[in-house]
Design a protein around this ligand. Structure first.
Ligand code: BV8
Length: 231
């Protein structure tokens, strides 16, 4: 028997109970500026140190948080699932990675990586990033940026994502408000065979597009759903 194919999308809500604030929870503000204005190539070009500071703070915060029961439940499901499985996250934190998820795509990039604008090299990066730090590969200064997809930039691995969405039998969206595209449009890109399920604390912008939507905290809903589907 061929096991159904599962595609899961997560957003900031799955990391909320680990202590990482969501985007729109605190009004989506940082230093009284809208995140959408800080997380852009224009903001980085205009004031790179300010944008580096935004990401240095969030990268440092990763040392104080750990995966929660929802992250662990998804990693367990991946290990046990016999069919095709893909976890797509909008999150730039490393909590899914630390929970053990393998078939994982960070479509908006990763806090713990830096990219060189000159040579394109992508480096693991745990400390602070600034304009003075030379690229470890080409040694160019003022060429490193966070390996993050900013607003107005193309998310990563979109072709692989779109194929997985088209082929999947089950699409589950967890902890996202459905504000940010193209991720918010994924529920409309699945094939006719797919069942769609939303697990979220509040109604999202796209709740009405799902066959089924459950309200609650990720650490309650996700382990219960994994238990249900693994049976
Ligand atoms: C692109 C990295 C095209 C940065 C991020 C109109 C005007 C202007 C622009 C646009 C527009 N329409 C579409 C766009 C494009 C834009 C966009 O969607 N803007 C929005 C604001 C309208 N999108 C883009 O720019 C994207 N690129 O379109 O490119 C293109 C085409 C050709 C060529 C080039 C380009 C790129 C978007 C990526 C931006 N980068 N992240 C960083 O992290 O600093 S997005 C950012 O928002 C994060 O990744 C975050 O994950 C993501 C989405 O937010 P959510 O995850 O949903 O978080 P949120 O706080 O909103 O919601 C949390 C939810 O969790 C809530 O619903 C809450 O109820 C729930 N929750 C809370 N606690 C819990 C919980 N659920 C369960 N349990 C809990 N305990």
């Amino acid at each position: 028997m061929v096991r159904p194919s599962i595609v899961i999308l997560t957003g900031a809500g799955i990391s909320a109970e680990s202590g990482l604030s969501t985007f729109r929870g605190n009004g989506g503000l940082w230093e009284d500026r809208r995140v959408e204005e800080v997380a852009t190539p224009e903001a980085f070009a205009a004031d790179p140190d300010s944008v580096h500071r935004f990401y240095n703070l969030r990268r440092a915060q990763l040392r104080d948080v750990k995966p929660n029961a929802a992250h662990h439940a998804l990693a367990e499901l991946e290990r046990a699932w016999k069919g095709p499985f893909l976890l797509i996250t909008q999150n730039v934190d490393d909590l899914h990675d630390r929970a053990g998820s393998q078939r994982l795509l960070h479509m908006h990039g990763e806090l713990r990586k830096a990219r060189c604008l000159r040579c394109g090299a992508i480096h693991p990066w745990d400390g602070a990033l600034d304009q003075a730090t030379p690229c470890p590969s080409c040694h160019q200064r003022s060429s490193l940026r966070p390996h993050i997809v900013w607003f107005g930039e193309m998310p990563l691995d979109m072709e692989r994502i779109e194929l997985a969405l088209y082929l999947c039998d089950l699409f589950v969206s967890i902890g996202t408000s459905g504000n940010v595209y193209p991720a918010a449009g994924f529920v409309q890109q699945v094939g006719a065979q797919a069942h769609t399920l939303e697990l979220n604390l509040d109604a999202s912008q796209t709740t009405s597009l799902f066959h089924e939507s459950r309200r609650g905290k990720a650490t309650d809903l996700v382990p219960a759903w994994v238990q249900e589907i693994s049976g």
